[in-house]
Design a protein around this ligand. Structure first.
Ligand SMILES: Cc1cc2nc3c(=O)[nH]c(=O)nc-3n(C[C@H](O)[C@H](O)[C@H](O)COP(=O)(O)OP(=O)(O)OC[C@H]3O[C@@H](n4cnc5c(N)ncnc54)[C@H](O)[C@@H]3O)c2cc1C
Ligand code: SF4
Length: 641
């Protein structure tokens, strides 16, 4: 019997020093070989040679035992399906050949938290005779193959950075989806598992007052309604507390925090969805979903993708659940629009193939009784906006109230040293520990107004971006700097506009907003407490950068104020959003749902995937218990409001 990984929060069994793959330090030997070969004494003397060799080494990729093992673990876990979660695309080509038959009972668009959770829960209850599929734009990423050099990272950034086509999608299959707008740039994940592939996996729940804001639907004003759903997500993602209090960046951030406040909840070592169980260092460990995982090596590369197989991405939990329950998964399929037909929806999409730098696109379409849009923010809003016609009319608020979750990034430079924030990937770390990307949260509270609450987290720089940031911060070893990731409550005043044929976010006044100035003041304060200098990097311009896009299809009780109701059902605006204006009964497009970060109507002020997950669990629970779809589902197994 394979060993089962218990779910929910659990104590950590820690022995980071021990590793079954204790190989010679690649970097160490490279330095020694380089020095021996050149025999250059002056370079030896001041250590410049060592630095040059290290920089060169970081620019190269190559195989490592950890990477090979992670790739093989993944393939073995999914042996029953040919080693992959995704189905061969020919199955979809074949399906889509008959344009008039209803091929699927359920189509789920995207595979981030909202989509994967919906797919998993629906698949658990869908009758065996019904077909369901996931349509994901990006590709399937096997652990061990994530980009870990600057050139690989650039080659996997989906968009053009400069020139007249700036912001256009050049490499549609790259895992880093960068959306460049006038005031704010967005980084999100593109691939099977969505943002979970490249996120820092910090799991937080927001202040309960967030849900009491006027923009939220009344059914969610009491945060307790979501508690059972949060617990479900925590269990499926096997949250645990980051174990290493003594990694340099945690120790240094703690010292700085103590300069500012000694309130017990000011400094928090946050929960994270990473496998830390070092009892399974040498033995094979299968989690509750049958996926083989390995304990975290503290390499600091989470945001480039985990090449060790330690991060609990959606490909390690919810997506395998959907797969085990018969869901067909298609990747490299970009949904363009949805058409409402008599009793079903037709989903229009494009299959994307990239070979030798050439991109080819093939149009496809499938029909489905029920469609769950989970392409993330702002993509879900863009799909719906492009789908509007006489039969599919949406709320005028579709594409509005977009939020960057108050994200901001700052740096502290000029520190005495020993910080070690540079990731080393699935290579030898020369005994240094970086830790997972984010380990700590500082809570700058405001007792009078929770919207002034600011959260600042630490971060590492992944291996693939190490050379770039060491140059920008003038810190070759990334040993004298710290990162500050801020988030809070912005005004959610962004909106989607179509420019040059593509949807973009527009938010006048954002760059000079009072909120942004407040974040800068807090960054200054924290940098001072660290004993260093606050550095604002403007190398990429003055735009804000967010990794937490929210909204665009916000939930609301009012069809004029939101695109969906509290259950993710899309308002039908044909008659102003009402079935009957007299009774006030609301009209929704039957069988059309949104389940992802785009339904969140305000900033959350904390990292959002837990809340996206909880709301998606609730939407999925509604779908499988909705009498309108009862013919598709078997009996309920989970109760919750
Ligand atoms: C670097 C980074 C670090 C982060 N760290 C954290 C963290 O520590 N904690 C936290 O809570 N959150 C974090 N996040 C944010 C978190 O990952 C996102 O909030 C979350 O993934 C959003 O989930 P979602 O379901 O809304 O959509 P996403 O996860 O964005 O998934 C949407 C999916 O839909 C696909 N898609 C898009 N358009 C289409 C289309 N037209 N057709 C088909 N498929 C489509 C995309 O490729 C993607 O796979 C981080 C994000 C990043 C980028
Ligand atoms: S620190 Fe490294 S091993 Fe640990 S979860 Fe992040 S990427 Fe994976």
């Amino acid at each position: 019997m394979p060993r089962q990984h218990s779910t929910g929060e659990k104590p950590n069994t820690v022995n980071p020093g021990k590793t079954s793959l204790n190989r010679r330090g690649v970097l160490k030997s490279a330095v020694a070989v380089g020095a021996a070969l050149t025999g250059n004494q002056s370079l030896h003397a001041d250590g410049r040679l060592g630095k040059l060799v290290k920089i060169g080494q970081r620019a190269r990729s190559g195989q490592s035992a950890l990477k090979q093992r992670a790739a093989s673990d993944y393939a073995r876990s999914l042996q029953a399906y040919g080693g992959r979660l995704a189905n061969p695309i020919r199955d979809l080509f074949r399906t889509s050949q008959n344009p008039d038959s209803v091929h699927f009972s359920v189509v789920v668009i995207g595979s981030g938290y909202g989509a994967s959770i919906a797919a998993a829960r629906i698949s658990q209850r869908l009758g065996d005779q019904y077909r369901m599929c996931i349509l994901e734009r990006g590709k399937e990423w096997v652990p061990g193959t994530f980009p870990d050099t600057f050139s690989a990272v650039s080659a996997n950034a989906s968009n053009v950075f400069a020139g007249p086509t700036k912001g256009q999608r050049a490499r549609p299959l790259g895992v880093f989806n960068l959306m460049m707008n006038d005031e704010v740039n967005i980084l999100s994940g593109n691939g099977l598992g969505g943002g979970s592939l490249i996120n820092a996996s910090i799991a937080l729940r927001p202040n309960s007052k967030v849900f009491q804001q006027q923009r939220w639907p009344a059914a969610l004003n009491n945060a307790e309604v979501l508690h059972p759903y949060y617990d479900r997500v925590a269990s499926a993602l096997s949250l645990s507390r980051t174990p290493f209090d003594q990694t340099p960046k945690v120790r240094i951030r703690r010292q700085a925090a103590e300069q500012i406040s000694r309130q017990p909840d000011f400094f928090d070592r946050s929960n994270i969805s990473v496998m830390y169980d070092y009892r399974y260092l040498d033995e094979e460990f299968r989690n509750s979903f049958g996926m083989i995982q390995r304990p975290c090596t503290l390499c600091g590369d989470c945001t480039n993708g985990c090449n060790v197989g330690a991060k609990n991405t959606l490909a390690m939990n919810y997506l395998p659940v959907a797969k085990h329950n018969g869901t067909e998964i298609y990747t490299q399929v970009e949904v363009n629009s949805i058409e409402k037909c008599a009793g079903y929806y037709r989903v229009h999409m494009t299959h994307i193939e990239e070979r030798n730098g050439q991109v080819s696109r093939t149009p496809l379409q499938v029909n489905s009784e029920l469609v769950v849009v989970g392409a993330g923010s702002p993509a879900s809003a863009a799909i719906l906006l492009d789908s509007q016609d006489e039969k599919l009319q949406f709320s005028p608020s579709l594409g509005r109230h977009w939020s960057g979750n108050g994200d901001a990034i700052g740096f502290v430079t000029g520190l005495p040293g020993g910080n070690n924030i540079g990731g080393f990937g699935a290579f030898q770390g020369q005994g240094k520990q970086v830790g997972p990307t984010v380990q700590t949260s500082l809570n700058f509270c405001d007792d009078e107004d929770f919207r002034k609450h600011l959260l600042i987290q630490d971060s590492s720089i992944p291996r693939g971006a190490k050379n770039l940031f060491s140059a920008l911060l003038r810190d070759p070893e990334l040993d004298h700097s710290m990162v500050m990731l801020g988030m809070g409550h912005d005004e959610s005043a962004g909106r989607l506009v179509k420019k040059m044929g593509r949807w973009q976010i527009k938010w006048e006044g954002l760059k000079s907003s009072a909120y942004r100035q407040r974040v800068f003041r807090h960054f200054e304060k924290l940098a001072k407490a660290h004993g260093g200098r606050y550095k604002r990097l403007k190398a990429f311009g003055d735009n804000l950068v967010t990794v937490h896009p929210l909204g665009g299809c916000g939930m609301s009780d009012e069809p004029t104020e939101g695109a969906v109701n509290h259950l993710g059902q899309v308002f039908d605006y044909q008659q102003g959003g009402y079935l009957d204006a007299g009774t006030g009964e609301l009209a929704v497009h039957r069988g059309l749902y949104v389940s992802d970060g785009s339904v969140i109507p305000t900033a959350l002020g904390v990292n959002p995937y837990m809340t996206i997950g909880a709301i998606s669990e609730r939407i999925a629970n509604h779908i499988v218990n909705n009498p309108e779809h009862s013919h598709l589902f078997s009996d309920s197994s989970f109760s919750g409001s």
